[in-house]
Design a protein around this ligand. Structure first.
Ligand code: F6P
Length: 357
């Protein structure tokens, strides 16, 4: 192992730079050269989109959000979007060719389920790869936690604290929409940490009548305001997800708009004034909190350890308290959802949080 490439793919998450830093530090200390590949697999499609990463290049990036390498969620080399009317093209052979031309021995691929599935395909084509799971959504199977989640939850729960004071002053219902795609982890954790009254998640379809009933119940015992957290992927019983843009072969569908709908319906059903806010990409920005910095550093260092041992085709994972290697094939095509009967949902129910069911 003389030279490795490192890339970040998919949506950014606080802690990406901490992984890059750990990979570069651990590799350099072990005498392995690091090449930073820009904007996900673009760094292997276009050879001028890569650069050496030395200890000096990663100094001071631990606390910085985003990724110094850039990222994209439209860079799947198997269905690469090009500006022609012919639709996406397959650049995967070019990627493998450039991997060898650049003298790389292995790749560290930091990404979510989509990027890790691409990594798995390249591993099957003979490219040694270690994946590092990344997403604020915390929806990757086989790992207890992904870095970025803790920071996103802290931001969302701080937002709920702020919504509380204005909700209480105006006797309103405030509805906050959080990210998470098809998993309700951010909504659930932020809802508990931020003292929400109603939490709507994709794993538990909700009824607006039940949501309205909880708001009125609170009114009856003297709480003239309510805080609702709704995951972007949540939907009504018998209804469908709220979608901004449909998916295409090279791009996942965009979710959003559910908070506005829920807020409007609560107002209609209860007669109480309601406002909504979409926390959106604010949840992905900013400096990673300490927990995410530590987890990201453990993942990055372990990825290099695995490559030095000659292991690949695996993903680093937290299986508390250990960091372990999980075969990439075990995670592809699966989503880690909130178990509706699990202890976190039960905890929320026990303290009176409604899921609108
Ligand atoms: O997967 C991370 C995530 O932030 C999701 O929570 C969200 O649905 C999606 O990415 C948004 O993607 P984009 O940045 O392309 O709008």
């Amino acid at each position: 192992m003389k030279r490795i490439g490192v890339l970040t793919g998919g949506g950014d998450a606080p802690g990406l730079n901490a992984v890059i830093r750990a990979v570069v530090k651990a590799a350099c200390i072990a005498g392995v050269e690091c090449i930073g590949l820009e904007d996900s697999f673009d760094g292997l499609i276009y050879p001028d989109r890569s650069r050496p990463l030395t200890l000096k290049n990663v100094t001071g990036i631990l606390r910085i959000g985003g990724t110094i390498l850039g990222t994209t969620n439209r860079g799947n080399p198997f269905v690469y979007p090009v500006n022609t009317s012919d639709g996406p093209v397959d650049y995967s052979d070019r990627v493998v060719e450039n991997f060898h031309k650049m003298g790389l021995d292995a790749l560290v691929v930091i990404g979510g389920d989509g990027t890790l599935a691409i990594a798995h395909e390249f591993h099957k084509r003979g490219v040694p790869i270690v994946g590092v799971p990344k997403t604020i959504d915390n929806d990757i199977v086989e790992t207890t936690m992904t870095f970025g989640f803790d920071t996103a939850v802290a931001f969302a729960s701080d937002a709920l604290d702020r919504l509380h004071t204005t909700a209480e002053s105006h006797h309103r219902v405030m509805v906050a929409e959080v990210m998470g795609r098809y998993a309700g982890w951010i909504a659930l954790y932020a809802g508990i940490a931020g003292g929400a009254d109603i939490v709507l998640i994709p794993e538990i379809p909700f009824s607006l009548d039940k949501v309205a009933a909880r708001v009125l119940e609170r009114e009856a015992f003297g709480a003239s305001f309510s805080i609702v957290v709704v995951a972007e992927g949540a939907y009504e019983v018998g209804g469908a997800r709220s979608i901004v843009t449909s998916g295409t072969p090279d791009r996942a569908e965009r979710l959003g708009g559910i908070a506005e709908y829920v807020s409007r319906e609560i107002e209609r059903l209860t007669g109480k004034e309601s406002r909504f806010v979409v926390l959106g990409h604010l949840q992905r920005g900013g400096a990673p909190l300490a927990y995410d910095r530590v987890l990201a550093t453990r993942f990055g260092s372990f990825a290099v350890e695995l490559l030095l041992r000659g292991e690949s085709g695996v993903m680093t994972a937290l299986q508390s308290p250990d960091i372990v290697a999980v075969p990439l094939e075990k995670i592809v095509g699966r989503t880690r959802n909130v178990p509706p009967a699990g202890d976190v949902v039960r905890t929320a129910r026990n303290i009176g949080i409604s899921f609108g069911d």
